[in-house]
Ligand binder design. Sequence first.
Ligand SMILES: [Zn+2]
Length: 180
Amino acid sequence: MRVNRMRRCGTAERYADGIQLLKNPGDFVTIERGIPRSVLILCPDGCGETISVNLDKRSGPAWRRYKRKEAITLFPSVWKTDGCKAHFIVWNDKILWCDAFGAARSELVSEDWITTVFEALPEEETDYQVLAEMLNVVPWDVSWACDELVRRHKAAAGKKRGYYYKKTVSDTKGRINIFA
Ligand SMILES: [Zn+2]
């Protein structure tokens, strides 16, 4: 049984102690020794396996962890490459399943936020992760706002994956904007 929510189960210094605190799918524990080392998640698809998400750049590829009002967000997505092959995004304590989600993502960003991203988006092709860094915000929020702007013909996807640019007035001239 898949769950759609993360549940905080505290912190631990060691993996072996952390794993004891996980009871149900979606439960997670942060392993901290001086600095955050990893997040242990009891696989949210119910397979019973534990996923270790590295947060420490010194031990290899690391995820970014964001906290907003104590809710956890991880970037990029978590993909279990063995066993159940669960693939999901952790965003504000929610678990967004990558195979079942898709179009609904733009509903997670507000109209105000879409406007903010539109104003910040350069007219030259820009990596949404770089833009997120500039705005000091979660990359997912920028990515989803950019996708929505593309749908509205206010931005376009660049040649490289994850790149976007603002459409200038001349780009959009003569186009009927059904969202206007
Ligand atoms: Zn699983």
